[in-house]
Write a protein that binds this ligand. Structure first.
Ligand code: F6R
Ligand code: MG
Ligand code: MG
Length: 365
């Protein structure tokens, strides 16, 4: 059975500030998707949240980039925005950057990760969702999952994976894409994906079967809007088990609370903390950035789950390390490398301050 798994998300209003999603907004989304399922458009769905982001996880048979599915997501975000406006939530409709739907939500603000595949006898999928960070946050974890034998022992000892994976990398500033085969080309690959604000891993494919293994959202809100309007807060779907990395290999990279851009005012670097879905409430300096993982088995397109994968105690040390790293980074206050470099900050007063002081700058001898 061919199934499409679509994860489409948007921040349509925060409660309180940018720290959480309001239950009434989630309930409205639930109503919208229940109706679409009843009408036969969706096979199944799950509505959840990561911090202030509303997450629509949907299965259907319409393929990727389908207008009906994207319109359903857009209309659901519009309905959610109406609830957010009624409650005067913060930043109601903040990620909806277009006035009207025009065929596809890509480029209109919401984040999208979709993949179509033939459902396997046991189809394990993990949906990763992050808040207070940007799309490149998946580069390091995806590299570790699909190319690093110190993370994924299956690359070494499981014949079904030994050939490796290929990485589709997007240059989000230059609007270009390029593919790399791992393991042979990992040094070339790392030249690019080590710069995650510019080059992002869009998808990963099994080199033997050519099956899709992972897909991420690579929308950069700031590039779409031409100014800061909120962080991308990306999502990523990873298929697991069998010819793909095991669940434990998919989750293992998050034991390192990697430093990502985002956090307060999208203008800082800080640790990505793996948490349970209820704990995705970034409150300390609007952070630290969070990642959650919803695990499902698919059965004829039905979403059996989710299991809240980072609720597990074995991520407690990662959380503690993230909190220690958060303290360490915060101690730098407004200084780099906690605060992002001038040219990359999402908020800045530099033009006004420069203008005000222009007459006071004198040439050095
Ligand atoms: C970061 C984020 C928050 C806001 C901050 C100010 O992604 O969303 O840190 O940037 O709370 O928000 P505004 O400008 O909406 O008052
Ligand atoms: Mg927000
Ligand atoms: Mg958010």
């Amino acid at each position: 059975m061919r199934i499409t798994l679509s994860v489409i998300k948007a921040d349509v209003g925060g409660y309180v500030g940018h720290s959480e999603s309001h239950p009434d907004v989630l309930a409205k989304a639930e109503d919208c998707l229940a109706k679409a399922q009843k009408d036969g458009l969706l096979v199944d769905y799950h509505v959840t949240k990561c911090g202030d982001d509303l997450q629509l996880i949907m299965t259907h048979q319409q393929g990727v980039d389908n207008e009906k599915i994207h319109k359903l997501a857009w209309d659901t975000f519009i309905e959610g925005t109406a609830v957010a406006k009624r409650l005067k939530l913060h930043g109601a409709g903040q990620d909806l950057l277009a006035d009207a739907f025009s065929g596809n939500v890509r480029g209109m603000g919401p984040g999208v990760a979709e993949m179509e595949f033939e459902e396997r006898a046991a189809e394990t999928v993990i949906v990763l969702m992050a808040d207070k960070t940007s799309s490149g946050a998946w580069n390091l974890p995806l590299y570790k999952i699909f190319a690093d034998p110190f993370n994924t022992i299956g690359l070494v000892i499981d014949g079904k994976m030994h050939q490796g994976f290929s990485f589709e990398v997007h240059d989000v500033k230059g609007h270009k894409k390029v593919a790399f085969d791992a393991p042979e080309e990992i040094y070339d690959l790392l030249v690019f994906i080590g710069a995650p604000s510019h080059y992002m891993v869009k998808a990963v494919y099994h080199r033997g079967t050519k099956e899709i293994a992972a897909v991420s959202s690579t929308q950069r809100l700031a590039l779409i809007a031409g100014k800061y309007v909120g962080k991308d807060d990306p999502v990523c779907i990873v298929r697991s088990q069998g010819e793909f990395p095991a669940v434990g290999e998919v989750l293992e990279p998050f034991t390192l609370p990697l430093l990502v851009e985002g956090w307060m005012r999208g203008s800082h670097n800080g640790p990505l903390m793996p948490v349970s879905i209820p704990d995705s409430t970034p409150t300390r300096f609007d952070g630290p950035p969070r990642v959650v993982a919803a695990g499902f088995q698919l059965s004829g397109g039905k979403l059996v789950g989710p299991r809240d994968m980072f609720a597990d105690k074995s991520f407690d040390n990662a959380r503690q390390q993230a909190l220690d790293a958060a303290d360490f980074m915060r101690a730098h206050g407004p200084f780099e490398p906690h605060r992002k470099p001038l040219e990359e900050m999402e908020y800045t007063t530099m033009p006004e301050v420069m203008k005000k002081l222009s007459g006071r700058f004198v040439d050095l001898d």
